[in-house]
Design a protein around this ligand. Sequence first.
Ligand code: PGA
Length: 261
Amino acid sequence: MAGERTPIVSGNWKMNQNHFEAIQFVQKLSYLLQKDDLDAVEVTLHPPFTDLRSIQTLIDADKLRLKLGAQNCHAEDRGAFTGEVSPAFLAKLGVHYVIVGHSERRQLFGETDEFVARKVAAVQKHGMTPILCVGETLEEHEAGLTLDKIRRQIRSALDKRTSEQVKSMVVAYEPIWAIGTGKNALPGEAQVVIAAIREEVAAVTSRPASAAIRIQYGGSVKAGTIADIMRQPDIDGVLVGGASLDSTEFARIVQYRRQSA
Ligand code: PGA
């Protein structure tokens, strides 16, 4: 992890944990994490929409140093979009981070690069930080198309953003074949792709933006695998699905520095 970029560990619960389970989880996690852990690592939680208000109230009441995140939002502020959630409403709820363009949204719900780019802009318009997901399928991986795919995704999402806007963003590189499969990209392989993402960010925006943007790895990250991932120079954090549902396991992921100490 390069010097000035604060590591960021994010828990993407997907469609798991109702608001009662969420409250219990957050209470347990905040008990397991120490001040030192939270001084060193930024922790974001991305529960289902129905849990957001409960967790926000708990974070405020107990002054917890956990950042509230969402898993998705719409690109418009309001209107006739049945079933969608406005980024303006998320900002009002104290949401700091919004995952944008997760591969499950792209593959299962037909989100295009263009729509993802509009969402990135909408999230930033409301003062929140997008976590932009990019990544290749198994077929693309095997055909050697990984870098073409991620460069296209990065270019489409960032080319209308200013250098200042890009500096504050987070990108998550999630090879689709590694999500929920128990198969990790090797830390060295992930480093190569993430270094290429950083280069593409420099080409699309600026060198200072590419030095500042934080890039996570995601895909079957566990407490036993994170320390090696975080040793890679361009990897600034992880986006965790399955292993973020168990508070003990997730706390151990946040505490990866203890393993390397
Ligand atoms: P996983 O999910 O850790 O269960 O592979 C990662 C993600 O989809 O964000």
